[in-house]
Design a protein around this ligand. Structure first.
Ligand code: URA
Ligand code: SF4
Length: 243
């Protein structure tokens, strides 16, 4: 399957997914949007009111601020892909629960595999925690690190800066360095990223097994006894440190 086919399939699957209770508060699932050939993936938390209405990520106030941040460092959302750790709106914008994150991670993991980005910008603590365990965002924001062959750049969530104005200049400073990190990652990660990803088996049970293996939240998805692989949230210390 091509990247486009895989992303389309995921969009169709999340639209009707009932694997966690967030489907009850869903009007439109928000699979993600943007360039599918990008080297840069942004991962937020979950759809809010406007995203749920439109089925698109970051279209409310947080999205406007994200656009401003991107523009301030010479970037544009059409050149990146933007998604969330959960694809359906948590009721009242509450935090996603551990089991919802674990269940929905099967979709995000396939998106990461299909897009194969060199750089992943995490927005807020939930997407940060997928890659970096036991970290405090106030301590590591704006400081990239290699995790399993990709450069992870943890950023505050734009909504945090809307709530606490003093974070605005901090986020601007962090984003100002983003082009430099992207350049570093381009130099470090060999081209080209494959645009065709072959899946031998896309049956539900195979996807469940692969989601369980790739699960990084530490909780196994329901109805799966597949052992967890890897070390959740651990840095890839075998990568050369550039920073
Ligand atoms: N906040 C998020 O984390 N994601 C969105 O898509 C919108 C707001
Ligand atoms: Fe399915 Fe994810 Fe929506 Fe839960 S949040 S219902 S796992 S698509």
């Amino acid at each position: 399957m091509t990247t486009a086919e895989i992303l389309d399939e995921i969009a169709q699957q999340v639209a009707v997914c009932e694997k966690c209770e967030l489907h009850f508060s869903r009007k439109n699932a928000v699979p993600g949007a943007g360039s599918i050939t990008t080297e840069i993936l942004f991962i937020g938390e979950g759809p809010g009111f406007h995203e749920n209405e439109q089925g698109l990520p970051f279209v409310g106030r947080s999205g406007k601020f994200l656009d401003e941040l991107l523009e301030s460092c010479g970037m544009d959302r059409s050149t990146v892909f933007i998604t969330n750790v959960v694809k359906c709106r948590p009721p009242g914008n509450r935090d996603p629960k551990t089991e919802e994150l674990a269940t929905c991670s099967r979709y995000l993991n396939r998106q990461i595999e299909a897009i194969n980005p060199k750089v992943i910008v995490t927005l807020g603590r939930f997407s940060m925690a997928k890659f970096i365990a036991n970290a405090k965002i106030s301590q590591i924001h704006g400081q990239p690190r290699w995790v399993r062959g990709r450069l992870i750049v943890p950023m505050y969530h734009p909504a945090a800066a809307l709530r606490l104005g003093s974070l605005r200049p901090v986020m601007k400073e962090d984003f100002a360095k983003l082009p430099q990190w992207i350049e570093e990652a381009r130099r470090a990660v060999p081209d080209p990223s494959p645009d065709v990803v072959e899946y031998a088996d896309t049956t539900e049970s195979a996807l469940d097994a692969s989601a369980a293996q790739m699960d990084l939240f530490g909780a196994a998805p329901p109805a799966s006894d597949t052992p967890q692989a890897g070390d959740p949230g651990e840095d890839d210390s075998s990568q050369p440190s550039l920073f």
